[in-house]
Design a protein around this ligand. Sequence first.
Ligand SMILES: Nc1ncnc2c1ncn2[C@@H]1O[C@H](COP(=O)(O)OP(=O)(O)OP(=O)(O)O)[C@@H](O)[C@H]1O
Ligand SMILES: [Mg+2]
Length: 452
Amino acid sequence: MPEFWEKLGYVSNPYSTEPLAANQLGADLFVGRARATASILATLGAASEGVQILSGAPGVGKTSFFNVTQYKVETNLASAGPKLLGCCEQLCQVSEQDDLRELSRGVLETLCTNIIAYCLREGHPLPEGIRNLSNWLKNKGTTSYTANVRVGIPGVISVGIGGGQKREYPPVADASFQTLQEVAGLLAQNVVEHLPFDGLLVGLDNMEEYRDLEKLKSLLMTLRDTLFSVPRIWWVLIGQERLYPLISRLDRRVADRIQGAGTEITHLSLRELEQAIERRVLVLSEGRRPQAPLPSSVHQLLYEKTGGQCRATLQYCSQICIAAYTGILEEVETKEIGQKQKTIGDELAKMFLSGQMATDVALSLLRDVVAGRIELLDLSAEETHVLQMLEPVQERTVEELTADVPPTALTTMEEMLRKLCQKQLLDSRLGGDKTYFVLSGEGALARSLDLI
Ligand SMILES: Nc1ncnc2c1ncn2[C@@H]1O[C@H](COP(=O)(O)OP(=O)(O)OP(=O)(O)O)[C@@H](O)[C@H]1O
Ligand SMILES: [Mg+2]
């Protein structure tokens, strides 16, 4: 239990920026998203397998939404749709560096881990086929199966124990992509036959990692007729805002295979953010705390100044509290050893009167925190100038930002914008053949406090 939050009466940080987990706690802390939930469940209910897209701005809540949705779909908490075994233990992350085979192997391993975890959790015997496949994927020799080629879907194998064609797979290191695709089919088949599920639900998170659109297109074109067509597996591609229009422009053939028109996650409203914090306070203080560590006015100000960004708001709330604690500990350092614990307790009680910090104290700490972060980033005069050219929530392209300068300045500008993304003051998104840049929550907050 983290000591500081425990002293404030919480089992853990009520302003944590971790995505909500695919478990009951995640579901209890989750707010809003009725439309997005309906959209995803309706699409899942309209076919036995396929691909759909879930997208939204950085930090808006995509991973949390997917995690909680898959938990509901797995546990019968969803109002409709099939019962699918999700990746509750671990979500599949994509990376531009992975080749197709590596990506597929990683996905299959994650699937196995999740299936095994489900069986352990529920006390369900692990199906023999899954055990063998899992060993095979972990490189423990070869495995063989009796399989039937499913007529009409070329290249996709579905297992029928007791009949069909005998398959002998080489060690996983030598396995072809075709083999991995067959193994995906075998996993799904085993799940449907031996566990109480209609299929598998696989989320591929962080699709925005694919900065090279040609690479993304070629990946999706290959997956379209291979893994994405495996019976009884639903895939959800999770990525940057407006991912569906981007993919449809890339290649119509990929877009045609996608079910629905994408589910776009938008910012939580201020009311929903307040609700999310109230839930956390109630659950994480086990009912001991009637109010949040910071007043509503501070939540609201952060929400507005960060352009409605839930994660940036939570992150700064957390940092304000930690900055207050740091100040107290600094003071305590000057005290006699025997005095220290008592002084910490007294000072915390003064700082968080009836459990909540005063607004003016919080705002002054906020300013110090943001100023400290900006100072650490060591911004050059040019970087500061570019940041000053951007207004919160306004998206600009490199071309727009360099309208009056010679073309050679374009690369320099692009490099600088990328650096500012790395410094987390800007967010970027691909749109057609252009990249759009916008102040991140942190960048917008620093600008609004006149610290940039
Ligand atoms: N519906 C929600 N209810 C309660 N809290 C939420 C909700 N959505 C998001 N949050 C909180 O917001 C924060 C950011 O969420 P999350 O990490 O899921 O965003 P993301 O869109 O996946 O971010 P990234 O773009 O970095 O992948 C987390 O702390 C999460 O707990
Ligand atoms: Mg995420």
